[in-house]
Design a protein around this ligand. Structure first.
Ligand code: ADP
Ligand code: ASP
Ligand code: MG
Length: 816
C-alpha cells in the first residue's frame, strides 16, 4: 500500500484534476490518496470567517465565489445522475457553511474552534468531488472524511495526533474495505467528542504520513507543483534544482527552516516507521523528484544539501554585566518564554556570558520582551541586566546537510560568500549535530544572501554577474558589443554569465532584473519611460540587492563619480575608465580606496592610464611583490604622442596639430591636450598608486604654448596664434635633430617629484622610436634597473578602452 497526497495547486482547476486522475488510473499497486482543498480555498475560508467576525458583509461575496468554484468543478468533472447527486450533497453542506458564517457575522466572533470547522469545508469539498470523479473513471474510489480516522487533541488550529487511537481507527477502517481506493480529506481530524480540528497550515502532507504509518505503508508520495525538494526555495533562487536524495533529518531541517514543500511534522511518522517519502511533480509526473529515507546519499555529492530560510524573525537580546558566571540565567530565560508559549527559533550566547540572543517569530516579539523583563525585573532594577534589545525585520538563513559533519571550511565558505556580497551577519548558530549552520541577516538581504550561498555551494563552477552601466557612448556601446560577442565563450569556458540589469544614458534609464536583451539594448533603452536620475539609479541598484553586482561608469562625468562612495559603501564593486574620482582631491581618492577595502569590494580603474594597457595592474604587482620603484616615465597622451612623433623638419607645427584634430586624436579644443591637463591627471594617478599623497597642483607641467595662443578666445583664433609660433617650434625641432635627438612630451616621477615636460631623447631611449599615437610607460625599479620594464601600445580608442573595462569586469567577477 502506498499513500499519495496531492496539494492544493495540483487540484487548482478541473483540468488539473483530470490530469491527476490520469496519473492515478495508471497506478498499479494499491493506494490511498489524500487531497488538499483547491488552491487558495483554505485562505479564502479563513478570510470569510475573519470578515464575518469583523462585521464585514463582504464575506458573502467570497462565499458565493467558493460555491461557484465547486459547482464548476462538479459540472466539468461529473456527468449524469452522479453529477446531480454530488451537486445536491455539496449544496446541502455548503448551505450549512453559509449558516455558520451568518452566525459568525451575527455574534461577531470566530473562535479557533469555529475557524477549524469552517476551513474543514475546503478539504471536505475537494476530496468529495474528486472521489466521485475517480469513480466515474472506473476506479473503486470511496470518499473518506479523515475525521472518522484521525483522533486529535483539542488544540484547535494545530491539533496534536493521538496515534494510539488513530492507528486503531485506521486499521479498523481499512480492514473493512479491501480492494477500495480511499480518497481522504487532508488537513483535518476530530477530537474524541467529535469536534473538528486541523493539523496546522500545510497539514495535508501530515495526513498522508499519519495514514501511512497506521497502515505500515510501503511509501508516501507527496505530489506538488515543483520537481521535488529543491536546493533552495525556487521563488527566491531561480537556479535552484532538485535534490535527488536526502535523509529524513535533512528534510526535517529544510522544512523547519521554511521550505514549504513539506510540512515538518510529516517526517516524524515516516521516520519512525521507516517509510520512504517521494516528492513528485504533478505537472512533470515522469520526473523522479526527491527520495527521502534514513540513508545518506553515498554518491559523494555536494557537502551542502540545501539552503533554506525563515522569512521574518525578530531577534531579542538579554545582556548585562551581572550575567557573567551566574548559573540559571539561560534556564530562567527560556522557561519564562516557554511558559508564555513562545517557541524559540535560534539561540546564541558568546562565551563571555555577557549576552544571550534568541530569535522568535516577529508577532511574538513584544510579548516576549514583556515576559523577559518581568522575569528579570529584579536584576534590571539592580542594573545587573539591561532592558531587552529587540531587532526586527530580520531573516534566518541556514545551510543544511549531513555531509557537512566533520568537514572543515564550510562555514568559512559560507561567510566569505556573504561578506563579498556585503551581507552583514547579525547572529550565528550551529548545533553540534553540524547538520545546519544558521545566520541571521537583515530581511532586505535575504534573497541576495540565499543566491550568493546557492552559487557558492551548488554552482561553484558558474557565476552570474549583474552589471549596472552608466554611459553608453562610444566606450559603453563598444563594451556592450564585446560582452555580447564573448557571452557564449564566457559561459561555456569560464562559467560566467554577464547580465546587464541597469543601463543609463544622458536621457533615460532602464532596469531588467532578468537582464536586458543585449542584442537590442538601444531600442529598449530608447523606449524606456524612465528619465535618467543618477541618485535614483544608484538607489534602484541597491534596492535590487543582487549578488555579484558591479557598477560600470563609462562616462567622464563628475556627477557619476560623486556617487562612488555611496556605491562602494553598499558593497558594490566599481569598474570605470572615468578619471574624475581618482584624479580629484587626494582625500577623495584615499577615502574611496578605504571604503572599498573596508567593504571588501573592488574599486578598479585600470583604463584611467594607458586605456587597455596593463599599466596600473603592473605597477600594483611590482609594489606588492616588494620591488622598489626608482622612476616612472611615460608618454601618456596619444594626442601629444601623435603630434611629437610627426614633427619633422620642414613641417609646420600648427599643421600637425590641425591634422591631429582632423583625425579625432584631440579633444574638441586641442589646448586641453597641449596644455597638459590630461597627462597631469594620469601622472597624478600613477603617483598616487605608488603611495604618494600628491595633489594635481604638486605636478609641474611645462607650458609649451605661447601666451597668445593659450589665451585666444576661440579655436580658429587659437590656430591663427599658433601659426605665429611655427618658426619657434620649427627651430626647436631642428635643434634637437642636429644633435640626433627627438622631442617627446614626457611625464616622469622620481624621488617623489612628478612633472610633465618636453624632453629631448636620444636614439638609445625607448621613447625615441615611438610612432603613431602610441603610449609607452617605462618602469625603472630595483629589479628592472639595467633594462627597464616597458609597456607600449595604443593608449586611446574605444575598442581598447572597452576591452580594458571588460577584462576588469571579469577580474572583479573572479574575485567575487
Ligand atoms: P502544495 O499545495 O502541493 O502542498 P506548497 O505550496 O505547500 O504545495 O509547497 C510547494 C511550494 O513550496 C513550491 O511551489 C515552492 O514554491 C515552495 N518551496 C519553498 N522551498 C522549497 C524547496 N526548497 N524546494 C521546493 N519547493 C520549495
Ligand atoms: N489546505 C490546507 C492549507 O492550505 C492544508 C494543505 O494544503 O496542506 O493549509
Ligand atoms: Mg503544502
Amino acid at each position: 500500500m502506498k499513500v499519495l497526497k496531492f496539494g492544493g495547486s495540483s487540484v487548482g482547476t478541473p483540468e488539473r484534476i483530470k490530469g491527476l486522475i490520469e496519473i492515478l488510473k495508471n497506478y498499479h499497486s494499491p493506494f490511498t490518496v489524500v487531497f488538499s482543498a483547491f488552491s487558495g480555498v483554505t485562505d479564502s475560508l479563513l478570510d470569510m470567517s475573519r470578515r464575518a467576525a469583523a462585521g464585514d458583509a463582504s464575506f458573502r461575496e467570497l462565499y458565493q465565489k467558493f460555491r461557484e468554484r465547486h459547482h464548476q468543478a462538479i459540472a466539468s468533472l461529473l456527468s449524469g445522475e452522479e453529477r446531480d447527486q454530488v451537486m445536491a450533497d455539496l449544496d446541502r453542506q455548503h448551505a450549512e457553511l453559509g449558516n455558520m458564517l451568518e452566525g459568525i457575522f451575527l455574534v461577531r466572533e470566530a473562535s479557533p474552534r469555529t475557524m477549524d470547522f469552517v476551513v474543514s469545508y475546503g478539504e471536505r469539498s475537494s476530496a468529495f468531488i474528486i472521489a466521485h470523479a475517480m469513480r466515474q473513471e472506473g476506479m473503486p474510489a470511496e470518499f473518506l472524511d479523515a475525521r472518522t480516522i484521525i483522533r486529535t487533541s483539542s488544540e484547535f488550529g494545530n491539533a496534536k495526533v493521538d496515534f494510539g487511537a488513530t492507528n486503531a481507527l485506521i486499521a479498523a477502517h481499512y480492514a473493512a474495505r479491501p480492494g477500495t481506493v480511499q480518497v481522504v480529506t487532508g488537513f483535518i481530524g476530530a477530537t474524541e467528542s467529535g469536534l473538528t480540528t486541523t493539523l496546522g497550515r500545510g497539514g495535508s502532507d501530515y495526513t498522508a504520513a499519519i495514514i501511512a504509518a497506521g497502515l505500515d505503508a510501503e511509501a508516501i508520495e507527496i505530489w506538488t507543483d515543483v520537481d521535488g525538494v529543491l536546493t533552495a526555495d525556487p521563488r527566491k533562487v531561480k537556479k535552484a534544482f532538485t535534490i535527488p536524495k536526502m535523509t529524513y533529518a535533512e528534510a526535517m531541517e529544510m522544512s523547519h527552516f521554511g521550505a514549504k514543500v513539506i510540512y515538518p511534522p510529516t517526517l516524524q511518522p515516516a521516520l519512525q516507521k521507516h517509510i520512504p517519502l517521494y516528492i513528485k511533480n504533478t505537472f512533470n509526473p515522469r520526473f523522479e523528484g526527491t527520495y527521502i529515507t534514513d540513508r545518506r546519499d553515498p554518491s559523494g555529492r555536494a557537502v551542502v544539501t540545501g539552503i533554506s530560510s525563515i522569512n521574518k524573525v525578530a531577534l531579542l537580546t538579554l545582556q548585562g554585566g551581572g550575567m557573567f558566571g551566574v548559573p540559571g540565567i539561560a534556564g530562567r530565560l527560556f522557561s519564562c518564554l516557554a511558559g508564555a508559549g513562545i517557541s524559540v527559533i535560534l539561540i546564541t550566547q558568546g562565551s563571555s556570558e555577557h549576552s544571550i540572543t534568541f530569535a522568535i517569530p516577529p508577532d511574538l516579539a513584544e510579548k516576549a520582551r514583556q515576559q523577559v523583563e518581568r522575569e528579570f525585573g529584579y536584576e534590571m532594577e539592580k542594573k545587573m541586566v539591561e532592558s531587552v534589545k529587540v531587532e526586527e525585520d530580520l531573516s534566518v538563513i541556514a545551510i543544511i546537510g549531513e555531509n557537512m559533519r566533520y568537514l572543515p571550511g564550510i562555514s568559512g565558505r559560507m561567510f566569505q560568500a556573504l561578506g563579498k556580497n556585503g551581507v552583514n551577519v547579525i547572529a550565528i548558530a550551529q548545533g553540534s549535530s553540524e547538520l545546519n549552520i544558521s545566520v541571521v541577516v537583515s530581511h532586505a538581504d535575504e534573497a541576495k544572501a540565499m543566491n550568493a550561498l546557492h552559487e557558492a555551494f551548488f554552482l561553484s563552477d558558474t557565476k552570474e554577474l549583474h552589471l549596472f552601466m552608466v554611459g553608453v557612448g562610444l566606450i559603453g556601446a563598444t563594451l556592450i558589443a564585446q560582452i555580447r560577442e564573448q557571452a557564449s565563450f564566457l559561459k561555456a569556458q569560464r562559467g560566467l554569465e554577464i547580465r546587464i540589469v541597469g543601463l543609463a544614458n544622458t536621457k533615460k534609464m532602464l532596469f531588467r532584473e532578468e537582464g536586458i536583451d543585449i542584442a537590442d539594448w538601444e531600442t529598449i533603452l530608447g523606449q524606456s519611460a524612465e528619465p535618467v536620475d543618477l541618485p535614483a539609479f544608484v538607489q534602484r541598484m541597491k534596492a535590487l540587492n543582487l549578488p555579484n553586482t558591479i557598477f560600470v561608469d563609462n562616462t567622464a562625468s563628475e556627477q557619476v563619480a560623486a556617487l562612488y562612495e555611496t556605491i562602494l559603501e553598499s558593497s558594490i564593486s566599481i569598474s570605470t575608465p572615468n578619471k574624475v574620482a581618482t584624479s580629484s582631491a587626494y582625500e577623495q581618492y584615499r577615502r574611496l580606496k578605504q571604503v572599498a577595502a573596508r567593504r571588501g569590494v573592488q574599486f578598479r580603474y585600470e583604463t584611467n592610464v594607458g586605456a587597455g594597457l596593463p599599466v596600473l595592474s603592473t605597477l600594483e604587482d611590482l609594489i606588492a611583490s616588494g620591488d622598489r620603484i626608482i622612476r616612472i616615465e611615460g608618454v601618456l597622451s596619444g594626442t601629444m604622442s601623435y603630434i611629437f612623433n610627426n614633427m619633422r623638419e620642414g613641417v609646420r607645427f600648427s599643421r600637425i596639430v590641425a591634422e591631429a584634430k582632423r583625425l579625432g586624436y584631440t579633444e574638441p579644443d586641442p589646448r586641453e591636450d597641449l596644455g597638459g591637463a590630461d597627462v597631469r591627471r594620469k601622472l597624478l594617478i600613477l603617483a598616487r598608486e605608488t603611495g604618494l599623497s600628491l595633489e594635481a597642483a604638486d605636478i609641474g607641467v611645462e607650458n609649451i604654448l605661447p601666451a597668445a595662443a593659450a589665451g585666444a578666445p576661440g579655436i580658429a583664433s587659437f590656430f591663427e596664434e599658433l601659426e605665429k609660433s611655427d618658426d619657434h617650434f620649427g627651430e626647436m625641432i631642428a635643434n634637437a635633430a642636429r644633435q640626433g635627438l627627438a622631442l617627446r612630451m614626457v611625464a616622469s616621477l622620481e624621488e617623489g617629484k612628478a612633472r610633465v615636460g618636453l624632453k629631448a631623447v636620444d636614439a638609445g631611449h625607448p621613447f625615441y622610436a615611438l610612432s603613431g599615437s602610441d603610449n609607452m610607460i617605462v618602469f625603472t625599479t630595483e629589479r628592472y634597473k639595467e633594462r627597464p620594464l616597458v609597456i607600449r601600445g595604443p593608449g586611446a580608442g574605444a575598442e581598447v578602452t572597452a576591452a580594458g573595462v571588460f577584462a576588469e569586469i571579469i577580474k572583479i567577477g573572479n574575485y567575487l
